[in-house]
Write a protein that binds this ligand. Sequence first.
Ligand SMILES: [Zn+2]
Length: 826
Amino acid sequence: MSKLARLLSFSLLCTCLLSPCSAHAQQTSAPNSDATYKQLKNITLSEAVEVKDLTLKRDAGSFHLLSGTVCFLAPVAGKITGALFVGDGRFTIEPPLATERASLKLLTKDSEFVENFQQMVVRFTDGTYDEIKKNSGSSTHPCDGGLLQDNLQTVRKRLRYNLSARILQDVLSPPDAGLFVAFVHGKHYSDKMVFAIDPHGAPPFAEEIYRDFAYALPLAPEEVELMTYEDNKHGYWSAFHLGPEYTSGLATGAQKNGFYQIQHQELEASIEKNGFLSGKATTSLISNVDGLRVIPFALFQKLRVQTVTAADGSPLSFIQEDKNEDYQFSVILPKPLALGEKYTVITGYGGKEAVIRTGGDNYYPIARDNWYPNNATGGLGEYTSYDMTFHIPKGLKMAATGNLVRESNEGGENVSVWKSAGPQTVAGFNFGRFRVQEAKLTKPEYLVQSLANENPPDWVTGLQHVANDDMPSQGSHITGVALGTMGTTGLIKKALAEGQLAVEMYSDFFGPSSFKGVAITQQTSCNYGQSWPQLVWIPMCYFFDTTVRHQLGMDFGDRGYWKIVTPHEVAHQWWGHTVGFSSYRDQWMSEGFAEMSASIYLQVIEHNQGKFLSFWKDEHELLTERDEFGFRGVDAGPVTMGYRMNNTRTGDLARRLIYPKGAYILHMLRMMMADNRTGDQNFKEMMRDFVKTYSGQPATTEDFKAMVEKHMTPDMKAAGDGTMGWFFDEYVYGTALPSYKVDSSFDTNAEGDVVMNLKLTQSNVDDHFRMIVPVYLEFADNRVVRLGRVRIAGNNTVDQKVPLKGLKEKPRRLLINYMADVLAAN
Ligand SMILES: [Zn+2]
């Protein structure tokens, strides 16, 4: 954005849409004007020292400074926050987790990680200065200012992380800080490598793969990360908790090490016809640390902050750099907050690209969970209560998270007020020229609404012109799109019916959700849906038929997700919103459980065994086919690596892993727990207990494991040592993929009963691998009956004669994986 354009958008905000104009008259601080912050941003070098055979041990990383010169940065507020090293150095890392060591090995193809370097830039607020100083001698070597400048530029423009703002917190605060960020110019693996430790969550550097959105994967609450930022090698190589936390029990996704928590948000947003959003957020938070001075918020980079005040109206200093650089918004408090102290920040902001007008009164909210100042610290799964007011152009309709309190159409605008039913994970909205249909359910009491735009967005209209040949075709592959199928309002009914049935079925299987209603809305982006508390976005292309989607060249064709978009997204009302997920390690449960829920929908609601099985065939294919880089979701890493799996070397692997494998994990449990007499009763009891126990709070993978153990059947118990460790180690924390071969024949014994000769072979596993394999009998009339389960361990064959007492009719054959029971190679 040019300077002029920015000034113009600023002036738009001064039309005082949100608050009386007098509020703007008060003094506000200019952004980035804090004197200490400016010193950090323009940091220079100071003294140089010589080091020899000095080892800096920082958690799993060791920096051996064999010989060389260290130049310290100039002190800021009496604290030295960094140093350059030039000389002979060696960096080694030994992650505390076996899975992390394995994945590092996969990336480096070496058994040990050893990187030699001649240059390194370190930023720190821990004891590094004293440690080096104590073990060094005087130096006459000149310091390389260029190395420092390069680093400052890299962090700002490439990693797009405001490290100066983060360091400011520790500089302004009492001294128990522990930040350590090393930029290693390695010679073997990469000269663009970062090893970072932040006790408040590893720094969220920009992810190359999502660069357009400046999306950064939150690794928090994990504190340690290793990443590279080269064009062809961008991504996380490893991440984990601090070493001692693995023994103290703190090393879980539930750890609350963020600087603060948001308790309540009062949000007011005006969106103009052109999509310009003006917002005012009154954010009530509580400090998680003693001495909080700098509050880091997640706010979409194109939403620019104008004013920040405290509850009493006094202006607060704040930081927000250029939208294309280290844009993160932080507020600097006049005095530190004590642990547990509450504070309210009021932010006035606005920008024109957070919501995009896509034509035909369709709007697309680009800024999804950061259209308001959200928490940028700690893990996912924070629950906050919301009061929201939206102003949108007259004639349009808003659908937002929470319950609609009131709505009016006055003075050229539509105003709606929303209140969250209770603390919820996130707030969002969707609006447009919506047509609405609704259905009231009684069991459970629930309101399902379906909303779709009366008019197509421009990109669809464009396609229609191309297809009608009334516009010159660009030789596009989409010529000939069948048009009658591209309208959406006719399909409101389909989404409504699916939503209704899904809510009823999930309420039975999983128990009540936290909500009493959901609005299923069409969104103009083609290729993804999203679920919010009480709100669902269904991607436009779902409303098209499969031929049109195919012609549009949809990424995953018509497999998996596309058959079940509505049931999947509605299931997130349970998985992700009623039960939240703590960290990226636990996100497989959100996506996987939603995906698996949809398979039950196909089976129970649509009564369609064929669709059910073809759903699992699709999931199996997604997991086991190689992507364009040659990686397969099923063995590239465990589901607990979540979206960290995505990097420029492996592609968009997370999509091929956490959805289908997460689904399989839950499905395998369902199959292990199924009973010929009581059906899904065991499984339902476990899931209802899980939802009830974690309703309105986040759950970790380990919480779920404990819940499975609480409800495991005698079979499951007997398979292991009385825990479900065996299963979680194989499929959740591991990448096992067994192969099976089954042979059977049938004789008759003296009593005339059928005797089954069963031979089941399990292979391609390690000796510890064990499984419960459900077996089925298929009869001459095509009936299939579950006979029982075979427990098998290691690379082995179970060879048994089983008399089937009372059975006189010889079955046609014995089947395994009739219900896609076990995720296996075949
Ligand atoms: Zn999903």
